[in-house]
Design a protein. Structure first.
Length: 271
């Protein structure tokens, strides 16, 4: 038991993380727990809900690095907890709620808010190093995508369908692209949200959007290597020379990672 699940007011969207023989979880009420990964026995628990705020909310997620558990909450707060004891090392209020897990790399914590703003925080003390903003969307999908980092570049996805590559050190823009499409889904106006986390593999960024664009982009130049009309809300998966994408129509698509050629499509049960 990791705590509260979905109800009329709260939603459970945070995925667990595992490190050092422990499993770390956050429930729908923003309670973070550490348990023994072999037995499930609880090691510690901490409630991150503000004392003056008990309304329903949707949380963010967890990441772990350097002996700290980094937590993004739906209350607009970021916490660094000691992984061994659960004690708060630092906290930072950034006013806007978060719907995705942080990404930690090179001493920095990258978080995206529901207002499509990226914050780069110092992992040691939580100070704000730099920020970047995309187009704010009034409507979006439940949840969000975490940034991806490699080779000194952070690739941030926004619910607007925008994809930016920024320098880790300064936040300087290297390139941008839009994964917004023209498709319509089940009679409703299409949302362009990038809900699945992008992947960086061998110098190429692979990303997919609900708007109907799945693409491969050169990490350094921003040039599209290929693109296909596949809509998804899940992160793509790389294995060897293949890219696997689960579409919004429950189709598992296997593509050649180098040119986007479709090898096969398997229809899965949709509901």
């Amino acid at each position: 038991d990791i705590g509260d699940g979905n109800d009329d007011a709260d939603r459970l969207i945070s995925q667990p993380v595992v490190f050092g023989g422990r499993i770390y979880t956050m429930d729908a009420s923003s309670e973070v727990r550490a348990g023994n990964a072999a037995t499930g026995a609880e090691v510690w628990t901490v409630d991150l809900t503000p004392k003056d705020d008990d309304d329903g909310h949707i949380g963010g997620g967890l990441a772990i690095d350097g002996g700290k558990v980094f937590v993004a909450t739906g209350f607009g707060e970021v916490f660094a907890l000691d992984a061994a004891s659960g004690k708060t090392v630092w906290s930072r209020n950034i006013t806007a709620p978060m719907r995705s897990a942080p990404t930690v790399s090179a001493g920095r914590v990258f978080i995206v808010t529901v207002t499509n703003k990226l914050y780069a925080l110092n992992a040691e003390d939580g100070s704000i190093l730099w920020t970047h903003s995309g187009i704010e969307e009034a409507t979006g999908l439940l949840g969000g995508a975490s940034p991806a980092v490699d080779s000194g570049v952070v690739v941030v996805p926004y619910s607007s369908g925008e994809l930016f590559a920024l320098r880790v050190e300064s936040g300087q823009e290297l390139w941008s692209d839009s994964l917004a499409g023209i498709r319509r889904t089940r009679g409703t106006t299409s949302l362009s949200s990038i809900r699945g986390r992008p992947i960086i593999d061998r110098g190429v960024v692979y990303a997919t959007s609900f708007g109907g664009v799945t693409t491969a982009i050169n990490l350094r130049t921003g040039r599209r290597v290929w693109d296909r009309e596949i809509a998804s809300i899940e992160s793509p998966w790389i294995a060897g020379d293949y890219l696997f994408v689960l579409s919004v129509n429950a189709e598992l698509v296997a593509l050649n990672r180098s040119d986007g050629r479709i090898h096969w499509v398997a229809q899965l049960p949709e509901y």
